[in-house]
Design a protein around this ligand. Sequence first.
Ligand SMILES: Cc1cc2nc3c(=O)[nH]c(=O)nc-3n(C[C@H](O)[C@H](O)[C@H](O)COP(=O)(O)O)c2cc1C
Length: 179
Amino acid sequence: MENEKIGLFYGSDTGYTEGVANQIREILGEDQIEVHDINRAKSGDFAPYQRIIIGLSTWHDGELQSDWDAFYEDFKTIDFSGKTVAFFGLGDQIGYGEYFIDGVGILGDVVYENGGHIIGVWPTDNYDYEASKAEFQEGWFLGLAIDEDNQSEMTVGRVTAWTQQLVEEFAEAVGSAED
Ligand SMILES: Cc1cc2nc3c(=O)[nH]c(=O)nc-3n(C[C@H](O)[C@H](O)[C@H](O)COP(=O)(O)O)c2cc1C
């Protein structure tokens, strides 16, 4: 059965990504969103949602967060056609500047390959890093980039602005699917 709410799926090793997931839930309101820890999710859990948010951190020089890494083979079996998907990624642009939020690019490729429509792209202005698999075109990340290690004071503002952007872009995506 279709679920009208947004499905948010996150994975988090030390709690930062979980914290951002909770901020997004608070901004949107409990009645608008259901939050799933990917650690306890199954691939079928994505099916009911038309609107999906995916959150993950990057670890160990450009690797997926451990729960997403364990889920990766299942993730590749999910059909994202007809679904609108937004990403947020956590990383450390100074300590791991050659791999900044790479996980967003890795999962983004799968969503794109499997027919999903991606919204919520975010400018690379105000970040200082060497390279990122999430930078899908010059000047743009595929999703929101959050750096709790170096720019934690910017997190609330970034999450708030991006979530407002999503509300508009999800509405546009659903509108165009109905045309
Ligand atoms: C050992 C280690 C490896 C890391 N590797 C990366 C990396 O390759 N790219 C990146 O952007 N951040 C990297 N980070 C930073 C984490 O992604 C960042 O601290 C994040 O906020 C953790 O979120 P979580 O607690 O939700 O897992 C690494 C951190 C540690 C401690």
